[in-house]
Design a binder for this molecule. Structure first.
Ligand SMILES: Nc1nc2c(c(=O)[nH]1)N[C@H]1C(S)=C(S)[C@@H](COP(=O)(O)O)O[C@H]1N2
Ligand SMILES: [Mo]
Length: 221
């Protein structure tokens, strides 16, 4: 993982990160694993990249795309694509684990780290959950700690090229430590909430959290 922009030596950004570190906020329990334990239980490795969605492929150009961040935040955001890419850029390499049992290693993503987004929008004290809203009507929910994982980002590029429309371009969320249904494609808005609000698959029998290492595939697992 590399973080390309050097943050200023001291800012409200670094101060809030220090505070989170003190409070143990956003800890996901993620640890680096030896290679033979890299594949979560019940998963198999694939080299291609399957497309999974509701059967709609919203056609949103980078010119028309906007990001709306609202709800329990000190500073709501409404960015066009140029404003979005003017934010600090991160490049993360991570594995994909889909609940339908395929996994794909070493995906190279580029975009805005969710932690950098949080430094800008500043969730209010009561904010505990995040709901992602997408252009196809899809929604998915995350605990704030999961959204804020150190390798989670709002990605506009994959393998050095603009993220393809079928994979959620212009911008999708990527949360590598959870099953891939949490990684909303065609991202439209991000809502911060005090109470949890299960999304499209979460109200249709999928697990509310979706940790692949604990095989949290379906509710009741
Ligand atoms: N907007 C939106 N995001 C979505 C979905 C969807 O239907 N709509 N499907 C989810 C599911 S179930 C999976 S497995 C991944 C698939 O991403 P991919 O098509 O890039 O492999 O996107 C997730 N994000
Ligand atoms: Mo999925």
């Amino acid at each position: 993982m590399t973080h390309e922009n050097e943050p200023p030596p001291e800012s409200k950004l670094t101060r809030s990160k220090e505070r989170w570190a003190r409070e143990g906020k956003f800890l996901t329990g993620k640890t680096s694993r030896p290679e033979d334990q890299r594949l979560p239980p019940g998963q198999h490795l694939t080299r291609d990249w399957p497309t999974l969605d509701l059967g709609l492929t919203p056609n949103i150009s980078r010119e028309r795309w906007r990001l709306d961040v609202y709800g329990a935040v000190e500073k709501p955001i409404f960015w066009d694509f140029a404003q979005f890419t003017a934010q600090p850029q991160s490049k993360f390499i991570s594995d994909i684990h889909c609940v339908t049992t395929w996994s794909r290693y070493d995906n190279q993503w580029e975009g805005l780290a969710t932690r950098d987004l949080l430094d800008t929008c500043r969730p209010r004290e009561e904010a505990r959950f995040v709901v992602l809203h997408s252009h196809d009507g899809y929604t998915t929910n995350l605990a704030l700690e999961d959204f804020a994982a150190e390798d989670a980002l709002l990605a506009h590029s994959w393998s050095g090229a603009p993220l393809e429309q079928e994979h959620g371009g212009p911008v999708r969320l990527v949360v590598p430590h959870l099953y891939f249904w949490k990684s909303a494609k065609w991202l439209q808005s991000i809502e911060f909430l005090a109470e949890d609000a299960p999304g499209y698959w979460e109200v249709r029998g999928y697990h509310n959290r979706g940790d692949p290492w604990a095989e949290q595939r379906y509710s009741g697992d």
